[in-house]
Design a protein. Sequence first.
Length: 277
Amino acid sequence: MTISWIQAAMLGLFACLSSMPGLGGTSFGNYTLGRPLIGGLVSGIILGDIQTGILVGAAMQIVYIALVTPGGTVSADVRAVSYIGIPLAMVALKSYGLAALSVEGAALATSFGTMVGTLGTVLFYGTATANLAWQHIGWKAVEKGEFRKLYAVNMGLPWFSHFFFSFIPTLIMCKLGADVVELIKETLPMDGLAMKTLFTVGSLLPCVGIAILLKQIVTKAVDFIPFFFGFTLAASLGINLVSATVVAAMFALINYRIKLLSLQRVVSVSGDEEEDI
Protein backbone atom coordinates (compact mmCIF):
# COMPACT_ATOMS: atom_id res chain seq x y z
CA MET A 1 0.00 0.00 0.00
CA THR A 2 1.25 3.47 -0.89
CA ILE A 3 -0.01 6.94 0.01
CA SER A 4 -0.23 9.51 -2.77
CA TRP A 5 0.23 13.24 -2.31
CA ILE A 6 -3.51 13.80 -2.77
CA GLN A 7 -4.37 11.23 -0.10
CA ALA A 8 -1.76 12.73 2.24
CA ALA A 9 -3.23 16.20 1.63
CA MET A 10 -6.74 14.96 2.48
CA LEU A 11 -5.43 13.41 5.70
CA GLY A 12 -3.75 16.73 6.50
CA LEU A 13 -7.02 18.58 5.94
CA PHE A 14 -8.86 16.34 8.39
CA ALA A 15 -5.99 16.75 10.86
CA CYS A 16 -6.62 20.51 10.69
CA LEU A 17 -10.39 20.16 11.08
CA SER A 18 -10.01 17.85 14.07
CA SER A 19 -8.08 20.50 15.99
CA MET A 20 -9.71 23.73 14.81
CA PRO A 21 -12.22 25.01 17.42
CA GLY A 22 -13.46 27.66 15.01
CA LEU A 23 -14.24 25.28 12.12
CA GLY A 24 -14.56 21.65 13.13
CA GLY A 25 -15.46 22.78 16.62
CA THR A 26 -14.54 21.19 19.91
CA SER A 27 -17.42 18.68 19.93
CA PHE A 28 -17.49 17.79 16.22
CA GLY A 29 -13.80 18.37 15.56
CA ASN A 30 -11.53 17.58 18.49
CA TYR A 31 -13.77 15.12 20.31
CA THR A 32 -15.23 13.46 17.19
CA LEU A 33 -13.04 13.79 14.11
CA GLY A 34 -9.94 13.74 16.29
CA ARG A 35 -10.73 10.39 17.93
CA PRO A 36 -8.94 7.32 16.51
CA LEU A 37 -12.24 5.47 16.09
CA ILE A 38 -13.51 8.15 13.66
CA GLY A 39 -10.05 8.80 12.27
CA GLY A 40 -9.78 5.13 11.35
CA LEU A 41 -12.99 5.35 9.32
CA VAL A 42 -11.85 8.55 7.57
CA SER A 43 -8.37 7.13 6.88
CA GLY A 44 -9.91 3.92 5.56
CA ILE A 45 -12.14 5.86 3.16
CA ILE A 46 -9.24 7.99 1.92
CA LEU A 47 -6.83 5.06 1.49
CA GLY A 48 -9.48 2.76 0.01
CA ASP A 49 -9.54 0.12 2.76
CA ILE A 50 -12.38 0.94 5.13
CA GLN A 51 -12.33 -2.35 7.04
CA THR A 52 -8.65 -2.15 7.92
CA GLY A 53 -9.00 1.52 8.83
CA ILE A 54 -11.86 0.83 11.26
CA LEU A 55 -10.07 -2.12 12.86
CA VAL A 56 -6.84 -0.17 13.31
CA GLY A 57 -8.76 2.82 14.66
CA ALA A 58 -10.61 0.63 17.16
CA ALA A 59 -7.33 -0.89 18.37
CA MET A 60 -5.81 2.56 18.89
CA GLN A 61 -8.97 3.97 20.50
CA ILE A 62 -8.65 1.44 23.34
CA VAL A 63 -5.18 2.78 24.16
CA TYR A 64 -6.43 6.39 24.33
CA ILE A 65 -9.94 5.68 25.61
CA ALA A 66 -9.34 7.59 28.86
CA LEU A 67 -7.18 10.40 27.44
CA VAL A 68 -8.17 13.86 28.67
CA THR A 69 -6.54 17.25 28.13
CA PRO A 70 -6.86 19.19 31.41
CA GLY A 71 -5.89 22.81 30.95
CA GLY A 72 -4.52 22.17 27.47
CA THR A 73 -1.95 19.66 28.74
CA VAL A 74 -1.64 16.52 26.64
CA SER A 75 0.39 13.35 27.08
CA ALA A 76 -0.30 12.29 23.49
CA ASP A 77 -1.88 13.99 20.50
CA VAL A 78 -4.75 11.80 19.24
CA ARG A 79 -5.00 14.03 16.17
CA ALA A 80 -1.58 12.77 15.09
CA VAL A 81 -2.57 9.24 16.09
CA SER A 82 -5.71 9.41 13.94
CA TYR A 83 -4.31 10.94 10.76
CA ILE A 84 -0.64 9.98 10.85
CA GLY A 85 -0.42 6.88 13.01
CA ILE A 86 -3.41 5.03 11.56
CA PRO A 87 -2.44 5.51 7.86
CA LEU A 88 1.16 4.43 8.58
CA ALA A 89 -0.11 1.47 10.62
CA MET A 90 -2.29 0.43 7.69
CA VAL A 91 0.75 0.59 5.40
CA ALA A 92 2.77 -1.45 7.90
CA LEU A 93 0.09 -4.14 8.12
CA LYS A 94 -0.02 -4.47 4.35
CA SER A 95 3.78 -4.52 4.12
CA TYR A 96 4.18 -7.27 6.72
CA GLY A 97 1.16 -9.16 5.43
CA LEU A 98 -0.62 -9.08 8.80
CA ALA A 99 -4.37 -9.09 9.28
CA ALA A 100 -5.78 -6.24 11.33
CA LEU A 101 -7.83 -8.74 13.38
CA SER A 102 -4.78 -10.79 14.35
CA VAL A 103 -2.98 -10.30 17.65
CA GLU A 104 0.25 -9.35 15.87
CA GLY A 105 -1.60 -6.90 13.63
CA ALA A 106 -3.30 -5.12 16.53
CA ALA A 107 -0.01 -4.97 18.46
CA LEU A 108 1.83 -3.51 15.48
CA ALA A 109 -0.91 -0.93 14.90
CA THR A 110 -0.97 0.26 18.52
CA SER A 111 2.82 0.49 18.59
CA PHE A 112 2.88 2.75 15.53
CA GLY A 113 0.05 4.85 16.97
CA THR A 114 1.70 5.48 20.32
CA MET A 115 4.99 6.43 18.73
CA VAL A 116 3.30 9.00 16.51
CA GLY A 117 1.08 10.18 19.38
CA THR A 118 4.11 11.01 21.49
CA LEU A 119 5.66 12.89 18.58
CA GLY A 120 2.36 14.70 18.04
CA THR A 121 2.65 16.48 21.38
CA VAL A 122 5.38 18.63 19.83
CA LEU A 123 2.97 19.60 17.04
CA PHE A 124 0.21 20.27 19.56
CA TYR A 125 2.28 22.67 21.64
CA GLY A 126 3.64 24.28 18.49
CA THR A 127 0.07 25.01 17.37
CA ALA A 128 -0.88 26.33 20.81
CA THR A 129 2.16 28.62 20.90
CA ALA A 130 1.42 30.01 17.43
CA ASN A 131 -2.21 30.63 18.40
CA LEU A 132 -1.05 32.95 21.18
CA ALA A 133 -0.28 35.54 18.50
CA TRP A 134 -3.89 35.45 17.28
CA GLN A 135 -5.12 35.63 20.86
CA HIS A 136 -3.11 38.84 21.35
CA ILE A 137 -4.74 40.31 18.23
CA GLY A 138 -8.15 39.33 19.60
CA TRP A 139 -7.57 41.08 22.91
CA LYS A 140 -6.47 44.22 21.09
CA ALA A 141 -9.65 44.12 19.00
CA VAL A 142 -11.81 43.75 22.14
CA GLU A 143 -10.09 46.71 23.80
CA LYS A 144 -10.81 48.85 20.74
CA GLY A 145 -14.37 47.58 20.43
CA GLU A 146 -13.69 46.06 17.01
CA PHE A 147 -15.65 42.89 17.67
CA ARG A 148 -16.02 41.95 14.00
CA LYS A 149 -12.29 41.16 13.93
CA LEU A 150 -12.97 38.28 16.32
CA TYR A 151 -14.48 36.30 13.43
CA ALA A 152 -11.11 36.41 11.68
CA VAL A 153 -9.28 35.64 14.93
CA ASN A 154 -11.42 32.57 15.63
CA MET A 155 -12.05 31.22 12.14
CA GLY A 156 -9.42 32.68 9.82
CA LEU A 157 -6.04 33.32 11.39
CA PRO A 158 -5.74 29.91 13.17
CA TRP A 159 -5.61 28.30 9.72
CA PHE A 160 -2.05 29.61 9.38
CA SER A 161 -0.83 27.94 12.59
CA HIS A 162 -2.71 24.72 11.82
CA PHE A 163 -1.38 24.76 8.28
CA PHE A 164 2.21 24.77 9.53
CA PHE A 165 1.77 22.47 12.54
CA SER A 166 -1.01 20.15 11.35
CA PHE A 167 -1.35 20.08 7.58
CA ILE A 168 2.31 20.15 6.51
CA PRO A 169 3.57 17.60 9.10
CA THR A 170 0.69 15.24 8.27
CA LEU A 171 1.28 15.67 4.53
CA ILE A 172 5.01 14.97 4.75
CA MET A 173 4.89 12.19 7.33
CA CYS A 174 2.10 10.29 5.60
CA LYS A 175 3.70 10.53 2.18
CA LEU A 176 7.32 9.90 3.13
CA GLY A 177 6.48 7.73 6.14
CA ALA A 178 5.17 4.98 3.85
CA ASP A 179 8.68 4.62 2.40
CA VAL A 180 10.12 4.51 5.92
CA VAL A 181 7.72 1.69 6.78
CA GLU A 182 9.02 -0.28 3.81
CA LEU A 183 12.57 0.39 5.02
CA ILE A 184 11.65 -0.88 8.49
CA LYS A 185 10.24 -4.04 6.93
CA GLU A 186 13.50 -4.70 5.10
CA THR A 187 15.65 -3.86 8.14
CA LEU A 188 13.63 -5.55 10.89
CA PRO A 189 12.40 -9.06 10.02
CA MET A 190 9.26 -10.48 11.61
CA ASP A 191 11.15 -13.07 13.67
CA GLY A 192 13.76 -10.59 14.91
CA LEU A 193 14.13 -9.39 18.49
CA ALA A 194 13.10 -5.82 17.64
CA MET A 195 9.76 -6.84 16.09
CA LYS A 196 9.03 -9.32 18.87
CA THR A 197 9.63 -6.55 21.39
CA LEU A 198 7.37 -4.23 19.39
CA PHE A 199 4.61 -6.84 19.35
CA THR A 200 4.93 -7.43 23.11
CA VAL A 201 4.78 -3.74 23.96
CA GLY A 202 1.92 -3.16 21.54
CA SER A 203 -0.14 -5.97 23.04
CA LEU A 204 0.22 -4.43 26.53
CA LEU A 205 -0.82 -0.91 25.52
CA PRO A 206 -4.62 -1.61 25.44
CA CYS A 207 -4.31 -2.87 29.02
CA VAL A 208 -2.81 0.48 29.98
CA GLY A 209 -5.73 2.35 28.37
CA ILE A 210 -8.34 0.21 30.16
CA ALA A 211 -6.46 0.54 33.47
CA ILE A 212 -6.43 4.34 33.21
CA LEU A 213 -10.16 4.31 32.42
CA LEU A 214 -10.94 2.09 35.42
CA LYS A 215 -8.87 4.33 37.66
CA GLN A 216 -11.05 7.28 36.64
CA ILE A 217 -14.48 5.66 37.02
CA VAL A 218 -14.00 3.06 39.77
CA THR A 219 -14.41 4.49 43.27
CA LYS A 220 -15.14 1.32 45.27
CA ALA A 221 -13.79 -2.20 45.01
CA VAL A 222 -17.31 -3.50 44.34
CA ASP A 223 -17.38 -1.47 41.11
CA PHE A 224 -14.96 -3.98 39.59
CA ILE A 225 -17.63 -6.71 39.67
CA PRO A 226 -19.44 -5.63 36.45
CA PHE A 227 -16.14 -5.44 34.55
CA PHE A 228 -14.98 -8.87 35.73
CA PHE A 229 -18.42 -10.31 35.01
CA GLY A 230 -18.43 -8.89 31.49
CA PHE A 231 -14.91 -10.13 30.80
CA THR A 232 -15.75 -13.62 32.06
CA LEU A 233 -18.96 -13.67 30.03
CA ALA A 234 -17.19 -12.60 26.83
CA ALA A 235 -14.28 -15.00 27.35
CA SER A 236 -16.41 -18.04 28.23
CA LEU A 237 -19.07 -17.57 25.54
CA GLY A 238 -16.70 -16.31 22.87
CA ILE A 239 -18.97 -13.41 21.96
CA ASN A 240 -17.77 -10.30 20.17
CA LEU A 241 -17.89 -6.69 21.35
CA VAL A 242 -21.29 -5.96 19.80
CA SER A 243 -22.90 -8.96 21.48
CA ALA A 244 -21.30 -8.07 24.81
CA THR A 245 -22.67 -4.53 24.47
CA VAL A 246 -26.19 -5.84 23.85
CA VAL A 247 -25.99 -8.11 26.91
CA ALA A 248 -24.65 -5.22 29.01
CA ALA A 249 -27.50 -2.98 27.81
CA MET A 250 -30.03 -5.62 28.88
CA PHE A 251 -28.51 -5.85 32.37
CA ALA A 252 -28.41 -2.03 32.58
CA LEU A 253 -32.11 -1.87 31.68
CA ILE A 254 -32.96 -4.50 34.30
CA ASN A 255 -30.96 -2.60 36.93
CA TYR A 256 -32.70 0.64 35.96
CA ARG A 257 -36.14 -0.94 36.30
CA ILE A 258 -35.28 -2.41 39.70
CA LYS A 259 -34.09 0.94 41.03
CA LEU A 260 -37.14 2.68 39.55
CA LEU A 261 -39.49 0.23 41.30
CA SER A 262 -37.66 0.67 44.60
CA LEU A 263 -37.98 4.46 44.34
CA GLN A 264 -41.70 4.18 43.56
CA ARG A 265 -42.16 1.96 46.61
CA VAL A 266 -40.41 4.52 48.82
CA VAL A 267 -42.58 7.32 47.45
CA SER A 268 -45.78 5.32 47.99
CA VAL A 269 -44.82 4.44 51.56
CA SER A 270 -44.03 8.05 52.42
CA GLY A 271 -47.37 9.11 50.89
CA ASP A 272 -49.28 6.61 53.04
CA GLU A 273 -47.55 7.90 56.18
CA GLU A 274 -48.55 11.48 55.37
CA GLU A 275 -52.20 10.41 54.94
CA ASP A 276 -52.14 8.69 58.33
CA ILE A 277 -50.86 11.87 59.94
